[in-house]
Write a protein that binds this ligand. Structure first.
Ligand SMILES: [Zn+2]
Length: 111
């Protein structure tokens, strides 16, 4: 009945599935059910679901107020050479006339 692979650590056949993970009840080893899935690798996606990479150019899709100023980053602003970071604002970038700021991936699309 059990078509799940045996535990790679202790070879137990009692592996069970929990969401995206396979779990061994005997040694408590957990590993991704999909071999291509690596939970340690974070993937950044823009508003359309396109994967972003460091150095990409993106376009802002929503007027964004710059915290602590009256400046607004307008829809359509192109942002070059982004840097992806972990955090609430997950894009580090420099915008002409504004300077260094953080953007959210959900408010940009890849240019
Ligand atoms: Zn095991």
């Amino acid at each position: 009945m059990n078509e799940l692979p045996a535990c790679p650590q202790c070879n137990s056949a009692f592996t069970y599935e929990d969401g995206a993970l396979l779990i061994c009840p005997e040694c408590a080893h957990e590993w991704p059910a999909d071999p291509a899935f690596d939970p340690d690798v974070k993937v950044w996606r823009d508003a359309n679901g396109t994967v972003l990479a460091d150095g990409d150019t993106v376009t802002v899709i929503k007027d964004l107020k710059v915290k602590g100023s009256s400046f607004v980053v307008k829809v359509g602003t192109r942002v070059k050479n982004i840097r992806l970071v972990d955090g609430d604002h997950d894009i580090d970038c420099k915008i002409d006339g504004v300077g260094q700021m953080g953007l959210k991936t959900e408010f940009v699309k890849k240019a």
